[in-house]
Write a protein that binds this ligand. Structure first.
Ligand SMILES: [Zn+2]
Length: 275
């Protein structure tokens, strides 16, 4: 899968594509945007020039800074180990050279690449997560429940519990990589603000999952756990991006998910970089 390399000051950043899928704009899209009608979704898509399909990508960020290789999320981790491992090889980095894996939130498409076919994929890494996210998913109360998300945590995260350490919003993972609170998509969902020299990058994680959400940020999105809190976080993150003019990156927007956010009335517009 493709990679895209760029710099943020002294840091070398690489977007590693795990996958990119096209979702048709048919009646099923109302399953994503549960407060909108099909006609409203179609009109919003036309407004931004999206035709038959919307994209769901997985863009994984590798930050190389001061001799540390920091991977931000791990994708789904397909059994064929194609996407991320192929992209890492393309970038010339071995999985055993990853020092830290930061997980933005404990949903399967972010931690799924930690263990694949019962094998730990980043054997020399330590793992870092926001404390509030850990305390929610690994609580006795949550683990006593069932369902795909809880079952995934039990098999994909719990076996690695001893290797996890914790940060909190406004804290740093490494110098220049700060954790940004963006709760709602999950109870402890966070983004990152990365700075070096005069450069910066706002990593939005899943504050937005589809391009169309920039023009309709108040629509409720099916995979957001607290939908109203997610709307507030989405607007806060997009406002910060637009008002500062910083380079931004989204985990699920078309590869490489990099570009700028601008304001249009009460909403926003995505301006991807040419890659
Ligand atoms: Zn996601």
């Amino acid at each position: 899968m493709p990679i895209h390399q760029f710099t943020v000051g002294e840091m070398t950043c690489t977007v590693l594509s795990e996958l990119e899928s096209q979702i048709p704009y048919d009646e099923n899209v109302t399953n994503f945007f549960i407060t909108a009608t099909f006609e409203e979704i179609r009109a919003a898509a036309d407004e931004i020039g999206e035709g038959e399909f919307m994209t769901n990508a997985i863009n994984i960020l590798l930050i190389q800074s001061g001799g540390t290789n920091l991977l931000v999320d791990t994708g789904i981790g397909s059994p064929e180990r194609s996407g991320l491992m192929g992209a890492l090889a393309e970038a010339g980095i071995g999985a055993d050279q990853i020092d830290i894996v930061f997980i933005t939130h404990l949903h399967g498409d972010h931690y799924g690449g930690l263990i694949v076919n019962d094998e730990v994929m980043f054997p020399n890494a330590r793992y870092v997560v926001n404390r509030a996210e850990w305390e929610y998913w690994l609580s006795d109360e949550t683990l006593a429940g069932s369902g795909p998300r809880v079952d995934g945590v039990k098999t994909g995260v719990l076996p690695l519990a001893a290797k996890f350490s914790f940060v909190e919003p406004d804290g740093e993972i490494i110098p220049g990589v700060e954790v940004v609170r963006a709760y709602g998509h999950s109870p402890g969902h966070v983004g990152l603000y990365i700075t070096s020299g005069d450069d910066s990058l706002l990593f939005m994680s899943d504050s937005v999952n589809r391009v169309i959400q920039l023009s309709r940020p108040t629509w409720h999105f099916a995979y957001d756990q607290d939908k109203e809190q997610a709307v507030q976080s989405r607007i806060a993150m997009l406002s910060r991006a637009a008002d500062t003019g910083t380079l931004t990156m989204f985990y699920h927007l078309p590869f490489p998910g990099l570009g700028n956010v601008t304001r249009v009335g009460d909403a926003f517009r995505w301006q991807p970089i040419n890659s």
